[in-house]
Design a protein around this ligand. Sequence first.
Ligand code: KIV
Length: 272
Amino acid sequence: MSVAKKEVKRVTTHVLQAMKDNGEKISMLTAYDYSTARILDEAKIDILLVGDSASNVMAGHETTLPITLDQMIYHASSVIRAIKRCLVVVDLPFGSYQGNSRKALASAIRIMKESGAHTVKMEGGEEIADSISRVLSAGIPVMGHLGLTPQSIYKFGTYTVRAKEEAEAEKLIEDAQLLEKLGCYAIVLEKIPAQLAKKVAKTVRIPVIGIGAGRHVDGQVLVTHDLLGITKDFNPRFLRRYLDLFSEIKDAVEQYINDVKTSDFPNEKEQY
Ligand code: KIV
C-alpha cells in the first residue's frame, strides 16, 4: 500500500507528493483561528492555509494588501495550536518578500519561528524567483501561487479569469516549471481555464492545487468562510457552498435576543 493511502498521522510535503504520485486528491481549506482549525483538522483536511484572505474575511478589507506580517503570525499561531494532523502553510503578506530576497527570508523565518508553521506560500513566478530561492535555501518549504494572484489586483484591475490569452498562458506554464525547478513543493493555481490547469498539472511533477481552476488538478482549495456560507456577497462560479451559516447564525442570534428580551433566558435550570 502506498504512503498516501495509509492512515496518515501527519501530513508532510512528502505525503502530498505521494498523494499526487498515487492519484489521490489533496484537500485544502483556509483557517485563521484556533476553533475553526480544530474542527477542520479533526475532519482530516490535508492542508490548512493561513491565507492573507484573512484581510478580507476576518478584517473586512477590500483586498489582501493591508494585512501585516505580525497579523499573519498571530493568525498562524492560533491555527498551529489547534492542529494535530494537517500541514499548515502561511501566506507571506504583500510587501514582505517582493523585490528583496533577504527581506523575504527574514519574513519567512519570523513566520516559522514565531508561529510554528510548517511552510509558506508566495505569489508569483519568475519575478520573485530570487526570493523563493533564498527562502528555500534556509530549508523552508515553499508553495507557489500563480494565475489570479490577489496581491497584484491593482495590476490586473479586476478579479476575472486569468491566462485566457496565449501569451499569459505560456508564461504561466513557464512559471510553473520554474517553481518546480527552484524546489517548490506544490503550486496553487487560481482562477484560470480548466484546460490550462490540466496541462500544468500534467507538466509538473509537484502537486497542483486549484481554486477556480477545474477538476483536472491534484487537489482543491477554498476559503472556508465561503464554503460554509458565512460570507454572503461573494458568488463566483467556482464556489460550492455547503452551508448557509450566515442565515443559521443570524436565526440563532435573533432567537437568543428574543429569549433575553422576554426573560425566557436564563430559566430556573440555567442559573445557580
Ligand atoms: O489567501 C487565500 O485564501 C488564498 C487562497 C485563495 C488560495 O491564497
